[in-house]
Design a protein around this ligand. Sequence first.
Ligand SMILES: [Zn+2]
Length: 352
Amino acid sequence: MAWQGIEGHDAIAAAFVTAEAQGRIAGSYLFIGPPGVGKGAFALALARALVCLDRRPGLVACNACASCLQAAAGSHPDIDVVAKPEDRASIPLEAFVGDAAHRMREGLCWRMLLEPALGGRKVAIVLDADHLGEEAANCLLKTLEEPPPGAVMILVGTGLERQLPTIRSRCRTIRFGPLSTGTVQRLVAVELARRDEEVAAAAIATAAAAAGGSLDRALLLLDAALGGFRGRLLELLSRRPLRGVELARETTAVVESAGKEAPPRRARLAVILDAAIDFYRAAIRHAATGTPPTEPALARAVATWAGDADEAATALEGTLDARDAVDRNAHLPTLVDAWTALLEAPRLAHLP
Ligand SMILES: [Zn+2]
C-alpha cells in the first residue's frame, strides 16, 4: 500500500521510515524532481507524520490527534508552507523574514525559531525553491545551517542546478522520479472523482501516456484544446524546415484560448513547451541509441523528424530556457515569438 496515500515514491518513503526509526531525520532536505510528481504532497504527508502526537509505526500519522486534525484543516501552527505567489517571479523576501516594518518578527525563518505550539516538531516547507531570490536564500541559509532542535526544513524544487550551491551544500538531496503511466492514470481518476468530473477512461489513458509522469500535466492535457494540440505540435516540430510563424500562431491561439487570466495561460504554454522538451529529448535518444519512444504519437514525430542529435540538443536548450522564462513570468506572446524563431534559426534568435 502507498505510504500515507502517496503513490510512486515507495523507496523514498521507506528511507524516511528507516531514518525516523533510527533517529536520523535531518534538519534540512532538498526534494528535487519533475513538476507534478507529488514532491509537495510527499513533503506535506511527511510533515503531518512528524508532528503527529500519536504516530503509528512506519512513520504514519494517526489522523485523529489534535495535531493531525489541525494539519488536515491546513491550520497547523507548526507546519509552515511558503510558495511563490502566482503573480511574482520569485518568493518574496518578506515570506522568510517579514516586511521592512516587521523584520525578524514575522516570516518563516522567524516562526521556525519559536517553540513548537503543540509540543512536537516544527516543519517548514518551501515550495518553488527554484524561485528563491538570492536575498531570500541568504536569509534561509542561517536557518538551514543551524536548524532549531527537532525542526525540519524541506525545500522543493525541480532541478539541482537551479538551486544555489550554498543551499545545496546545506541540505540532504532526495530525488523524485517521474510517475509511471499507470500511476498517473490512477491519480487522474482519483482527482476527477474528487472534482466530481466525468471523463472517458480512454481520454484519461491518452493524457496519462502523454504526461511524462506528471499528474499536473495529465490533468491539463485532459483539456480538449490543449490535449488536441499536442499531436499538431509534434507534427509542426517534426516538419523540416520548421515553419516558425505557423508554430507561433497556433501556439499563441491555444495559449490565449485559456482566457484572460495569466496563470492558466502560463500553465498552457508550460505544457506545450514540456511536450516540445519531450520531443527533443526523445529525438536525442533516438539519434544516439536508435531507440524510439514508447508513446505512439511521439514515436511517429521522432521518426518523421530524422534530424541529428546536435540539432536536437540546440533546440532542447532553447526550449528549456523558454520553459524557465514561463516560470519567471516573461511576457508570453514575446516569448512564443522568440522561442519559435529560435527553433527556426538558432543562431539568429534570442529569448527575452
Ligand atoms: Zn496524529
